[in-house]
Each structure stands twice: as structure tokens, then as C-alpha cells.
Design a protein around this ligand. Structure first.
Ligand code: TXA
Ligand code: MG
Length: 313
């Protein structure tokens, strides 16, 4: 018994019953799999933090089905609406001002006064959100600082029997966490993802840059060690060290033992989709060291390099 449930109307109802009791379940999204809990309930938020062993000052993203529901919890403006129209539902998370009368648990936002929100596009999580009369707090379904899961089995890998219900939505299409954009005051990208800063700049008709600040906790996912397989990792390598797993990209690498190609045809989207799967595999194969070649730093390559840097930290 693996606690993985296929997408069916019966199982969506079952998921709903569990969430209403303020328990936590595993859910699919197009970016990565998450641990979902009722965002209105302190109890479920506490459960999420405890399961993930996540520091309480690292806030969660609140996931919605409709704009109408979001308006109860956050102040929105024209810039938000422009981006929303272009990129939602999808892999973009907006940091907005939280409404004073919002029912979202303050534990979920680390008492920040801001709220990070997302409208996922995966059809299974959308169908579930539509059935609920509360939004869901959904961090990635991994133990804090580890590699994010991109399929239902990975969630079981991370939590074992501690999670009794994982909704199956197939493999996450994108395979990297959403782009996080701050829309309070100066607009900036707090975490790069599938939606690039260039795409955002085009919509807003102004240059939006990626925040490289590493001091203040704007978005803790930006800082310190994160996304880590727990194995020493060296970036921008030309060749592998002794007995190391070698992560490569592109067609110039001929297949070899210990070599893992993120995309033989040199496609960055494909590489993004393969990154966490590859890290998980290398960990299972018990390699003691990882070398990674240089990955092109444009489009979603920026997000890949962001995760690699933090995994190597
Ligand atoms: O793609 C995703 O965003 C996935 C799926 C499951 O939706 N979720 C995800 O959640 O990656 P998590 O908890 O692993 O990462 C949330 C990121 C963290 O870097 C956190 O610091 C930032 O969002 N964040 C959350 N609330 C914030 C806020 N109020 N202000 C600034 N950053 C915030
Ligand atoms: Mg995470």
C-alpha cells in the first residue's frame, strides 16, 4: 500500500474530507509536488511545518482556484492584473500585501504582512481547489533543504508513512518551483523559475531584475543551502572527479558510465524537467560526489543555475 490515489471524483472527495479535518496531503502541481493544507487553519499549517522540518520564518505560498477568492486575502493592483492575465494559471507566484481581515493563518506568512499567492494549472490540483471553500498552503513536498518531488512516488520517498494520502497527477510538467515575484514596492524576482524576468519585463514594459540579495529574508528560498541532494557538488566542471556522478547537458557528450545527461538535444526546458529526477537518482545510486558542467544561463537555464548553486552551497 503506497498511499497514492489516482485522480477520480471519489478520490477528490476523499482529499477534500481529509483537508477539511485540517490534515495534510500530497498534491501534484505543474511545477513540483506539494504538501497541501487548509490555509485558514493554524493546525494544518503547523502540521506542514512539522512534517517538512521547515523553519517557521520561511513563509508558504497560498494556492487559489479563482481571482475572486484571492481578493478576500490580498490587495491587488494593475501590474498584478497584467501579469495574472498573461501567466496565470501557471508557474508564477506573486507576493502581495495581505488584507488585514484575511482569514489566512498568520503562521503561513511568518507574520510578514505580505502573502505569496499562486494559481496552479495542473488539472488535478485545479479540480481539487475548485471543490474547496478555502485556499491551500502548498510548499514543495520535501523535507526542508532537500530536493523537490516531481512525481507521487517522490513524495512517499520523502515522507514515507507520515503522509497517508498523495493525489496522483502524473509527472510535474515543468519540474522546477515557480518563479516568485515581489509586487510590493520595488518589483523584483525573488526566485527564478519557468516564467523568466524577460517575459515579465515585456508584459510590464519595464526592466525587472532578479534579486541577488542574500542578507534579509525576503524569500528564504533564495538564501543558503536548499534543493540539496546532500552530496558534495561541484559546478562548471569540464570533467568528473574520481568516481563522481557527472551531470552534463547537450549532444557533445557521448554516453558513458556515471554520466547523466539532462538533455541530449540541449533543450533547457527538458533539462529543467530532468534536474530533480537526476539528483534523486544519483542519491539513490549512492554516489559520494557530483560534478556538473556549465549550463547556459538564459530562459529557464537561469532557474536551473539558481537551484544548482544552492544545491552546491
Ligand atoms: O512551484 C511552487 O511554487 C511550489 C508548488 C508546490 O506550488 N511550491 C513551492 O513552495 O515551491 P516552497 O514553500 O517550497 O517555496 C516557497 C517560496 C519560498 O522561497 C518562500 O520564502 C517564498 O516562496 N515566500 C512565501 N511567502 C512569501 C512572502 N510572503 N514573501 C516573500 N517570499 C515568500
Ligand atoms: Mg521548497
Amino acid at each position: 500500500m503506497k498511499n497514492i490515489y489516482k485522480n477520480s471524483s471519489l478520490n477528490l472527495d476523499k482529499a477534500k474530507r481529509i483537508l477539511k479535518k485540517n490534515n495534510v496531503i500530497g498534491v501534484p502541481t505543474e511545477t513540483v509536488y506539494g504538501l497541501a493544507g487548509n490555509a485558514y487553519s493554524n493546525k494544518s499549517i503547523r502540521r506542514i511545518y512539522a512534517l517538512k522540518k521547515r523553519p517557521k520564518r520561511n513563509p508558504l505560498i497560498i494556492h487559489y482556484y479563482s481571482l475572486k477568492d484571492l481578493k478576500k486575502d490580498a490587495h491587488i493592483d494593475e501590474k498584478f492584473l497584467k501579469l495574472y492575465k498573461k501567466f496565470s494559471p501557471g508557474p508564477l507566484t506573486y507576493v502581495l500585501k495581505k488584507r488585514n481581515n484575511s482569514k489566512i493563518s498568520t503562521l503561513a506568512n511568518a507574520n510578514l504582512g505580505s502573502i505569496a499567492v499562486r494559481f496552479p494549472s495542473n488539472k488535478v490540483i485545479k479540480a481539487l481547489l475548485k471543490k474547496l471553500n478555502f485556499p491551500l498552503a502548498i510548499p514543495s513536498a520535501n523535507i526542508s533543504s532537500g530536493v523537490s518531488p516531481i512525481k507521487a512516488d517522490d513524495v512517499i520517498d520523502e515522507f514515507g508513512k507520515k503522509i497517508s494520502f498523495v493525489l496522483n497527477g502524473g509527472k510535474s510538467r515543468i519540474g522546477l518551483e515557480s518563479t516568485v515575484i515581489n509586487l510590493i514596492g520595488k518589483i523584483k524576482i525573488l526566485r527564478p523559475g519557468a516564467v523568466s524576468n524577460n517575459q515579465i519585463s515585456l508584459v510590464l514594459k519595464k526592466k525587472v531584475s532578479i534579486s541577488m540579495k542574500t542578507k534579509k529574508i525576503n524569500s528564504p528560498g533564495l538564501l543558503k543551502k536548499h534543493y540539496s541532494p546532500g552530496i558534495p557538488m561541484k559546478l562548471n566542471s569540464k570533467k568528473p572527479d574520481y568516481k563522481a556522478a557527472f551531470i552534463v547537458f547537450g549532444k557533445k557528450y557521448k554516453k558513458k558510465k556515471d554520466m547523466f545527461n539532462l538533455s541530449k538535444k540541449g533543450n533547457l526546458k527538458q533539462a529543467a524537467g530532468n534536474l530533480y529526477k537526476t539528483l534523486r537518482k544519483i542519491k539513490k545510486l549512492k554516489y559520494k560526489k557530483i560534478n556538473v558542467v556549465k549550463i547556459p544561463n538564459h530562459n529557464i537555464g537561469i532557474a536551473i543555475n539558481d537551484r544548482l548553486r544552492k544545491a552546491a552551497n
